[in-house]
Every structure is written in structure tokens, then in C-alpha cells.
Design a protein around this ligand. Structure first.
Ligand code: 3AM
Length: 177
């Protein structure tokens, strides 16, 4: 079985900015350079035949290249505790449209449609036992916008879960335009 997701990989300049912001939050497990991505669609565990169908269907997604900028800092909660710290992106229109097209392609490959609301984000850190005080991090890094960066590709990735966190491997890359 293959644990798959579809994502945008930010360019090295943006990853360096994000990596440089990391630190100063008790309990954070920071993402490393290889782990930084913006998930367009989590697919989950599929066998290799379905994986091949998904990979082929994604090849029919058509969307022009666009630009994003880093925006706010946000968190996701699970069972009343913060479990994810992330950087948001703006604007949302293109990335939401691309998410819908990717979702439709995944459905054409025979999988159920996305059930959850799409919140475009780049995960910066995860927390096993909730987050410590985030106010210093948010005041230092929230509220500022990066230079725009070009999104000209997206990719199909395989996630391998391990004791050191997940490892992500690019399976196939798709050009926009
Ligand atoms: O993009 P991020 O890092 O926020 O948390 C997982 C990761 O998100 C998420 O998919 C991305 C690549 O692994 N993920 C894991 N299991 C999931 C699930 N059951 C999930 N997203 C939705 N449903």
C-alpha cells in the first residue's frame, strides 16, 4: 500500500525563510526542509493500481501558473490541544481552484471526494502534548507577508511514517499551464 498526497513544494527561498523562523516554541517538532509543503489533497493508503490511476488522472489537471505569498501564522487543534503550527498563504482563489481540480481528478480515479474544508497551509511544527506559549512566535512571524513566489508545478507524494516523523518522496511532478 502507498500513503499518498498531492502538494505544492515552496521554492528554496521560501523554505529558507520558514526554516529561519523556526524556534522558540516549547514542545514543537519543527519540520525539516524536505518536509515543507502545502497539501492540496490528502489521498491516504491506496494500492499500486489505484496509485497509478491517481497519477494518470492528475496529468489531466489544467490550471495556469500563479503566485502565492506567505501570510498569517495559524494553528490546528485536536481534542482541545494545538497539534499543528502553520504558515498561511494568500491569495486563496488559485490555490482553492487547483485544490478543486485535483479533488475532481482524484474522484475520476475512483476515490471518494474530499470531505473536509480546504485550509491551505504549510505545516511548520507538530506537537504531541499541545503547544507552549505561541505569542512570541506569532508576534515575530505573523502579520508579515513574504515576497510572492511562483507556483508552476504540483506533485504527487508518498508519505512514509517513521519514528522521526514522516518522510515524503516525490512520485510524479505536474507542470501548470
Ligand atoms: O500538509 P500537512 O503537513 O498539514 O497531516 C498530514 C499532512 O498534512 C495530512 O496530509 C499531509 C501529508 O501527510 N494528513 C494525514 N492524514 C490525514 C487524513 N486522514 C491527513 N489529512 C487529511 N486526512
Amino acid at each position: 500500500m502507498h500513503r499518498l498526497f498531492v502538494a505544492i513544494r515552496p521554492p528554496a527561498t521560501i523554505r529558507a525563510l520558514l526554516l529561519g523562523s523556526m524556534g522558540g516554541v516549547p514542545g514543537a517538532r519543527w519540520q525539516d526542509d524536505d518536509q515543507l509543503h502545502l497539501t492540496l489533497r490528502f489521498i491516504g493508503e491506496v494500492d499500486r493500481h489505484v496509485a497509478a490511476d491517481v497519477a494518470a488522472a492528475l496529468g489531466s489537471v489544467r490550471h495556469p501558473p500563479f503566485e502565492l505569498s506567505l501570510s498569517e501564522i495559524g494553528t490546528f487543534d485536536r481534542k482541545g490541544r494545538i497539534d499543528t503550527l502553520w504558515a498561511g498563504v494568500r491569495p486563496h482563489d488559485d490555490v482553492e481552484a487547483l485544490h478543486r481540480k485535483v479533488d475532481q481528478a482524484v474522484v475520476r480515479a475512483g476515490l471518494p471526494p474530499e470531505g473536509r474544508a480546504f485550509q491551505p497551509h504549510i505545516t511548520l511544527a507538530r506537537f504531541t502534548r499541545g503547544a507552549g506559549d505561541l505569542s512570541g512566535f506569532v508576534s515575530a512571524h505573523g502579520g508579515t507577508s513574504s515576497q510572492p513566489f511562483a507556483v508552476a508545478h504540483f506533485g504527487l507524494y508518498e508519505s512514509t511514517l517513521g519514528s522521526e516523523g514522516a518522510r515524503y518522496e516525490l512520485i510524479e511532478r505536474y507542470a501548470l499551464g
